[in-house]
Design a protein around this ligand. Structure first.
Ligand code: ADP
Ligand code: MG
Length: 309
């Protein structure tokens, strides 16, 4: 399908401070692309460059193969990190106004807004003033306004901050639906744990540099260590451990289970498979839990940052 957005060696300094150092990313069409990294890594700076709010010092950005230009602004829906709404305006008025700025007619905007407001269960807010809304509520309105004109690229800067878990999940589901309907999505976050389930692709930024990029499943495959988390039921734990120790490396595991089983992480050599382990274990105990340990984006990030230093 190709890439919708490409940045090539994009650099940006603020005075002597380097905010981005030759950052290249490729965002495949139809993907959900997670721009991950700690606070200050450069995520917002890159997003602002893609939205032509900040100019890069060097490097190139292309959208759908074309050098980025001002007419591309209408192809992008952008939810900024700092989100401001006019406090004294009413929710409906404001949403209509912002939608018209994106090029929708008033009647089209009203129609689409009604549908979205019902969907996100905020239909009752139409006549409320913005200043009556909580931060999370205001954020829902801005989310709607960002996606309303159905742009091909959606960019959400820290979309989950400010939401409680229920609303964060709601927004996650909406992001997945937008992707399923053909949009390409870039979102940034400094919280790796909760969002990796929705990314197909990620790039990790740290201190102005991109230190890792790719399809999340490929990256996870590269980082996995052939380690299995097992729960074993036995009448003689010491004897069982001694048997396992003769053949495998293991360490205590920590997971929840209803049984008082022996919980271990068992590492296999490269030549051994899960079936080798499973048939060994079933000979000596009742296997109650068996799960491959796949590194989280957070584990991968910490490991990569350490190596990068
Ligand atoms: P992130 O979004 O990953 O948290 P940012 O892109 O916002 O990071 O910021 C990266 C670094 O660049 C930070 O150290 C920030 O202080 C600095 N920075 C961002 N914008 C400016 C600016 N306009 N002037 C000076 N420094 C800036
Ligand atoms: Mg930021």
């Amino acid at each position: 399908m190709g890439d919708l957005l490409v940045t090539e060696s994009v650099s940006k300094k603020f005075g002597d401070f380097t905010a981005l150092n030759e950052v290249s990313i490729r965002v495949p069409k139809g993907s959900i692309f997670g721009l991950l990294g700690p606070n200050g890594a450069g995520k917002t700076t890159l997003i602002r460059i893609i939205n032509q709010i900040t100019m890069p010092d060097a490097g190139r950005v292309t959208l759908d193969g074309e050098q980025l230009a001002s007419h591309h602004i209408r192809d992008i829906g952008y939810l900024p990190e700092e989100r401001g709404l006019y406090k004294s305006m009413k929710v409906g008025e404001q949403a209509l106004y912002l939608a018209q700025l994106k090029g929708l007619s008033k009647s089209e905007a009203r129609q689409r807004l009604k549908i979205w407001f019902e969907r996100l269960e905020i239909g009752d807010w139409w006549n409320k003033k913005i200043l009556e809304l909580s931060k999370g509520m205001a954020q829902k309105i801005q989310f709607v306004v960002t996606v309303l004109h159905e742009p091909k690229l959606l960019i959400f800067d820290e979309p989950f901050s400010g939401f409680d878990p229920i609303n964060a999940n709601l927004i996650k589901d909406e992001i997945l639906k937008l992707r399923d309907n053909g949009a390409t999505v870039i979102f940034s976050t400094h919280r790796m744990e909760s969002v990796e389930e929705i990314c197909d692709h990620i790039a990790l930024l740290d201190k102005a540099n991109k230190i890792l990029e790719g399809r999340l499943s490929d990256i996870k495959r590269q980082f996995k260590t052939n380690t299995f988390e097992v729960g074993l039921i036995t009448s003689n734990e010491e004897k069982l451990k001694a048997l396992i120790r003769e053949r495998f490396d293991y360490s205590p595991a920590d997971f929840k289970s209803l049984n008082r089983d022996l919980k271990l992480n068992i590492k296999l050599s490269d030549s051994e498979t899960s079936n080798d382990l499973l048939s060994f274990l079933t000979n000596h105990a009742e296997v109650n839990h068996f799960n491959e340990l796949v590194p989280s984006a957070n584990d991968i990030f910490i490991q990569t940052v350490k190596k990068h230093k």
